[in-house]
Design a protein around this ligand. Structure first.
Ligand code: SF4
Ligand code: SF4
Ligand code: SF4
Length: 244
């Protein structure tokens, strides 16, 4: 069993806005790109153009159709490690490979000590850890620790790759232990929530819930909904509908 720090000086983490995320996957792709190209945690992709693709991604986007009365909407849900304060993935680790840093709260894997037993993945209620099929060790979001402290990068790039790339400004990074930080203010203003708080993991990352629509979308006549269209026009109507 591995110990957690008594407290952490900072609580670095992400705030993800489910109201503005458009599910474009740019964050996931840039996460993969940064972590594949860098030295810290190169990520495997096995048989990427074949039928049995396998590999490790540290950030995945899931999309759900949600219905509230007449109002149906698609909610895009980016998922990566939440850097929990009471991280069961750390306390379950038999080798000390899974750790939470006292100075900034980031949860990391020491790959030299990881024996690939997979206990941490079993313990994480968010499915945030992935076994790298090539390296045989666990991989997870590092909060881009190699970017945020890098003196080789320009100041504006010293933020996680996913935050830097999000075109919808749905991802924010900062110190959630500081009540005056931009991320803490955002959480206070928008009622940011802990994901699955009932699990007792005390996640540092927060999710901003989708805003309620003031008025439900109007019920449209069949002509407007594209009923009766065929072929390309039907496809185009459907595609525009999804975009709109
Ligand atoms: S890049 Fe931004 S908008 Fe696109 S999926 Fe990621 S969080 Fe959502
Ligand atoms: S989200 Fe999962 S992997 Fe990340 S710190 Fe929490 S329990 Fe560990
Ligand atoms: S912080 Fe870095 S490692 Fe974590 S999801 Fe974002 S890009 Fe990936």
């Amino acid at each position: 069993m591995t110990g957690l720090p008594e407290g952490t000086g900072k609580k670095l983490g992400l705030v993800i806005d489910l109201d503005t995320c458009v599910g474009c996957h740019a964050c996931a792709v840039n996460c993969k790109e940064w972590n594949t190209g860098g030295d810290l945690v190169p990520l495997a992709d096995a048989d990427p153009y074949g039928t049995a693709v396998s590999g490790a991604w540290l950030n995945r986007i899931h999309s759900f159709e949600c219905r509230q009365g007449e109002d149906t909407r698609l909610v895009h849900f980016p998922k990566s490690c939440l850097h929990c304060d009471d991280a069961p993935c750390v306390t379950v680790c038999p080798t000390g490979a899974s750790l939470k840093r006292a100075e900034d709260g980031i949860v990391l894997v020491d790959e030299d000590r990881c024996m690939g037993c997979g206990l941490c993945a079993w313990a994480c209620p968010y499915g945030a850890r992935e076994m790298d099929p090539a390296a045989g060790v666990m991989k997870k979001c590092t909060l881009c620790v190699d970017r945020i402290y890098s003196e080789d990068l320009p100041e504006e790039d010293r933020i996680p790759a996913c935050v830097r790339t999000c075109p919808a400004n749905a991802r924010h990074f900062g110190d959630l232990a500081d009540p005056d930080s931009d991320v803490s203010r955002l959480v206070a203003e928008r009622g940011g929530i802990d994901l699955m708080a009932e699990m007792g993991t005390k996640p540092v990352n927060k999710y901003l819930p989708p805003r309620r629509r003031e008025t439900p979308p109007p019920v449209r006549a069949p002509a407007e909904t594209g009923e009766g269209l065929t072929g390309f026009w039907k496809w185009l109507d459907g595609a525009l509908e999804k975009l709109g």
